[in-house]
Design a protein around this ligand. Structure first.
Ligand SMILES: *[C@@H]1O[C@H](CO)[C@@H](O)[C@H](O)[C@H]1NC(C)=O
Ligand SMILES: *[C@@H]1O[C@H](CO)[C@@H](O)[C@H](O)[C@H]1NC(C)=O
Length: 430
């Protein structure tokens, strides 16, 4: 045995055992008592019982450590609307029907829908040069950037050389000047690199210039989606809604391990946002908002930040609002068929310079290969911690999924989401 081959002094052995036990206890209690009652509420149409079972299973298997919401529309009809778990596990506050949360980059998907609406109204075209609408943008080598490049993370503006204070982030004029002065980090249009935060500023600036009323993204979403269609989604949250917002928690040690043990090389990859090796384009992009943190310190729980109209990361909503927006899109309530035809086509499929993996993108959306029924892709956006919004135009499906106990993956790499969307397609025999 190992004991015979290597002689370990007794006190070292005891110290090791105590250390291991302490670590196990830490992991078990990191998120409070490990088993709280799993409370699931909401409605599913008979055909989709399986989806609710899988949603519940995610909690029972310990994959869902906080709360979550899932909504599915099929041909414009809401067929799944379930929620469960805890909006704040520490205080045992339950997730309710109208609970909201910061939904991170799924906000980019909503921004893409807003721009598509402006395209549909003939106010801007994806092929336009940005300088047609925003002449000052052309400075420092950006005169040939098209709206499509801007929407597809191909403008080379993946981060700004200067960081933004909280005050800067609320000042669209200052941000406009910062973007105008910025040199692209690669020749625009040649490659793509996820504009993790700057995408939100770019969307807002573009909308302000092409919208007939020159609204910002916050006002546009409020008037065109919230007021016009009753969608519970906010970019810049009004104070009176703050009470509904769930508390976000960082991925647990176990959760990180479950992901990283399988992919040690990935976790040491400098392009990985969770890697300790810091100076990458991605770390600089994250450093652009040094006060906003959502991996370890979770400053994103500061309600002051929810007022910021940051369309890349700080939208506040839930599965229902997200799914509703993408269902309205699919059912041609927001745009006509000609714009849907444009959205069906992706524009870039190269290895993303920021994320180090290929991401199929275009029109402000991500395209995920799918071999089910009538569609080759589902189209939408994933968000930090395993948030998701998608539309499948061919099969008439729109889905939103949000959760407040964040996970260390994105998109189809998220085991909770993976299971959920498969159960939806299985329910439809697709
Ligand atoms: C933009 O395109 C024009 C015409 O093709 C070209 O002359 C110019 O050098 C381009 N500008 C940049 C910054 O690449
Ligand atoms: C931006 O913030 C990051 C993170 O706090 C810091 O490392 C970096 O030096 C800052 N950059 C500038 C130009 O101040």
């Amino acid at each position: 045995s190992i004991g015979k081959m290597v002689s370990i002094p007794l006190y070292t052995k005891r110290a090791l055992i105590v250390g291991v036990l302490a670590f196990v206890v830490f992991i078990i209690f990191e998120n409070g008592p490990i088993r709280l009652p799993v409370l699931i509420d909401g409605h599913v149409d008979e055909r989709f019982e399986r989806v609710k079972q899988v949603f519940t299973q995610n909690f029972n298997d310990g994959w869902e450590r906080g709360g979550a919401s899932l909504t599915v529309y099929h041909h414009g009809k809401k067929v799944v609307d379930v929620w469960g778990g805890y909006a704040d596990r520490a205080s045992l506050r339950k997730w309710k029907e109208d609970t909201l949360q910061v939904v991170f980059s799924t906000t980019k998907g909503v921004g893409a829908v807003c721009v598509a609406m402006l395209v549909d109204r003939g106010l801007v075209s994806y092929d336009d040069l940005v300088i047609k609408h925003w002449p000052e943008f052309g400075q420092n080598g950006k005169d040939n950037v098209t709206v499509q490049m801007l929407m597809s993370h191909a403008s080379g503006l993946s981060y700004l050389d200067e960081n933004l204070s909280v005050e800067d982030a609320m000042d669209h004029k200052k941000i406009s000047a910062m973007i105008e002065n910025q040199k692209p980090h690669w020749p625009p249009g040649t490659q793509t690199g996820y504009h993790i935060y700057s995408h939100g500023w770019l969307l807002d600036q573009l909308i302000r210039r092409v919208d007939t009323k020159h609204r910002g993204i916050g006002q546009f979403v409020r008037e065109e989606l919230h007021d016009a269609h009753g969608v519970d989604f906010h970019v810049g949250l009004p104070n009176e809604e703050v009470v509904r917002v769930a508390r976000l928690t960082a991925p647990s040690v176990l959760d990180r391990a479950a992901k990283n043990l399988m992919t040690v090389s990935e976790s040491m990859d400098y392009r990985n946002p969770f890697s300790p090796l810091q100076d990458s384009m991605l770390s600089r992009a994250l450093g652009n908002l040094p006060w906003l943190e959502s991996v370890y310190q979770m400053t994103v729980n500061n309600p002051d930040y929810w007022k910021i109209e940051q369309a890349a990361a700080l939208g506040v909503g839930n599965a229902r609002g997200l799914a509703q927006i993408f269902s309205l899109l699919g059912e041609k309530k927001l745009v006509s068929q000609k714009t849907i035809d444009l959205l069906k086509v992706s524009h870039y499929k190269d290895v993303d310079l920021m994320m180090g993996a290929p991401i199929i993108k275009g029109n402000g959306l991500f395209y995920t290969p799918l071999n089910r029924g009538e569609s080759g892709y589902y189209i939408g956006h994933s968000g930090h911690g395993c948030q998701q919004v998608m539309v499948d135009f061919g099969n008439g499906i729109a889905v939103g999924y949000t959760n407040n106990a964040l996970k260390t993956a994105m998109g189809e790499m998220c085991r909770t989401w993976n299971r959920l969307y498969n159960s939806i397609y299985d329910s439809l025999d697709l």
